[in-house]
Write a protein that binds this ligand. Structure first.
Ligand code: ZN
Length: 88
């Protein structure tokens, strides 16, 4: 087992979150403002009615509260699909 220091997950800063939010509607999805990787969506969240966007490289997460509008659900599905494609 590697004895490398385990980095704890930390939330994105307010400034990072604003950048993420601003790009959520972009066709290429949301990307990490730090390393430009596509953020992964985790349906398991620190909040009951939302999901987490996270960057594995930076080990940062951003908990978003989902509004249950059709637009929000549509966006959520697109992002999930994009994440799945990237993973392949
Ligand atoms: Zn990153």
């Amino acid at each position: 087992m590697p004895s490398k220091t385990v980095h704890n997950w930390r939330p994105f800063t307010v400034r990072d979150r604003k950048q993420i939010e601003a790009r959520l509607n972009a066709p290429d999805g949301s990307r990490c403002p730090r390393c430009k990787e596509i953020l992964e969506i985790r349906p398991i969240t620190r909040h009951a009615a939302g999901h987490d966007l996270e960057c594995r490289d930076c080990r940062r997460y951003f908990t978003r509260i989902i509004q249950t509008t059709p637009e929000a659900m549509y966006l959520f599905r697109i992002q999930k699909l994009a994440t799945a494609i990237v993973r392949v």
